[in-house]
Write a protein that binds this ligand. Structure first.
Ligand code: HEC
Length: 428
């Protein structure tokens, strides 16, 4: 027990010796820590950084953390299509696999792994830390802020975005191996097997008036920062029950047919087909923005890309660097496989720093190779990278030699957190 941390209400630290949230201001003292002890070597992983408000009687996120020892055999419908020559059919097959058993008439109860009768889906641990950590109703983490005009020409203000990710059983088994010892994760076990699928639902606080194609989008209730336009909240910023709308769905598939580039296919969908898209309703009214399986190293910036397919029917205000694939919420100086190729331990730099030569970020990093020499590859999983970095930051806080050292470290963590990882911000 670290005595001097007590006045600070750091969920978990009070009871179990682990940091769930960095609520370091007096105003945060009223916030109740999660009831059960979690994130210790002998307990389950925590679900969220904060509890829901005391008058909340709706659903509460329970992390799917019953990782399988080995993945059961399962259909792989995308295998019927060639990702390079049939990207649209391929990405549609992956989406259908993700939807199967996850769609319910009750929108709020959709994508709850407990309720899926078809196959298991699993959440990654240690996404519940600091400013951007999981909220308690759907387990949403804070993602990049969308600046005016990025989502649609009608968008006049900046809006916060939130997301939750899932892995299928092959990915879940890998997460389980990395984190088998809750007090000592092993990054060397992070190589994902063939058939791993990760998928992520991204929601926005932006209203339909500013992003018209969100008309009809599924709405989730979440306990997120009260000011949806705040570009830099901190753990003590007030939260409120808010409604967020489905904006983007991401998928990633480990596919040996792509071994000569990255070994992975990354694809993204936008709700309603993006600007000028056709109105509809429900989870399935999404259109693919594109699919990528490599970074087109050495691309000059003109002419066709050969490792990104963009759907000609969708016109987003931006994609990624030089037209490589990126999603509506993403940073246009990057791309899916560029940012994810930096998944390693210790954490790498996810996007090219200002003024740096971007070429190293647009190499094709083979699955299992690390971005920086001498580090441990995490095989394109940034949730494992983020989780490990959060875990080690919490350890450092726990073992801070003095109150002053604790506060210095906590201040640095709050500072790095102002730019969420999905924007390419530094990990801890
Ligand atoms: C600038 C960095 C960045 C870019 C660009 C980016 N991501 Fe990610 N992505 C992240 C981070 C960080 C996480 C883990 C933390 C989280 O979930 O918020 C993540 C998580 C994910 C996950 C969950 C599994 C995992 O690997 O951790 C999927 C799937 C995913 N991203 C797909 C995509 C797709 C598809 C694109 C492109 C359309 C994309 N990402 C672009 C940073 C990025």
């Amino acid at each position: 027990m670290v005595g001097y941390a007590k006045p600070f209400v750091i969920a978990g630290l009070l009871s179990g010796g682990v940091v769930g949230i960095l609520n370091l201001s007096d105003s945060a003292v009223a916030e109740a820590p999660p009831a059960a002890v979690c994130n210790t070597p002998t307990t389950p992983f925590c679900n969220a950084v904060v509890s829901p408000p005391s008058d909340w009687h709706g659903r509460v996120f329970q992390m799917s953390q019953n990782y399988p020892g080995t993945a059961p055999s399962d259909a792989q419908p995308w295998k019927s299509f060639d990702p390079v020559t049939q990207p649209q059919q391929y990405i549609a097959a992956v989406l259908a696999y993700f939807y199967e058993g996850n769609l319910r008439a009750d929108v709020e109860a959709s994508f709850d792994p407990k309720l899926n009768p078809v196959r298991g889906w699993y959440n990654a641990p240690w996404q519940d830390f600091g400013t951007n950590g999981r909220e308690p109703i759907h387990g949403l983490t804070r993602e990049r802020v969308s600046r005016p005009g990025e989502l649609d020409p009608h968008q006049t203000r900046q809006w916060n975005n939130y997301a939750v990710g899932f892995y299928n059983a092959p990915g879940g088994a890998t997460i389980g191996r990395v984190w088998a010892n809750h007090g000592q994760p092993n990054p060397a076990l992070g190589l994902m097997p063939e058939g791993t699928v990760a998928a992520k639902l991204l929601f926005t606080t932006a209203p339909v008036q500013e992003v018209p194609y969100l008309q009809g989008a599924p709405v989730w209730t979440a306990y997120v920062y009260a000011n949806p336009n705040d570009p830099a909240p901190n753990p003590a910023s007030p939260r409120a029950i808010q409604q967020v709308r489905l904006l983007q769905i991401d998928i990633a598939v480990k596919d040996a047919r792509l071994a000569s580039t990255t070994g992975w296919a990354f694809g993204t969908f936008v709700y309603g087909g993006g600007p000028g898209g056709k109105p509809g309703a429900g989870w399935t009214n999404v259109a693919p923005v594109g699919l990528m399986w490599g970074n087109d190293p050495g691309y000059s910036g003109t002419g066709p890309l050969t490792e990104t397919w963009l759907n000609p029917a969708v016109r987003m205000p931006h994609v990624g660097y030089q037209g490589r694939l990126n999603g509506p919420v993403d940073n246009k100086i990057s791309s899916c496989t560029s940012c994810h190729g930096t998944a390693e331990f210790p954490a790498g730099t996810m996007v090219p720093p200002n003024g740096a030569d971007p070429a190293p970020w647009f190499r094709n990093i083979p699955s299992g190779a690390s971005f920086d020499p001498g580090r441990q590859s995490l095989d394109y999983s940034l949730q494992i990278a983020v989780g490990l970095s959060n875990f080690h930051a919490a350890q450092a806080l726990k073992h801070a030699p003095s109150p002053a050292a604790f506060e210095t470290l906590a201040a640095r963590i709050r500072q790095t957190d102002t730019r969420p990882p999905r924007d390419g911000g530094p990990l801890h």
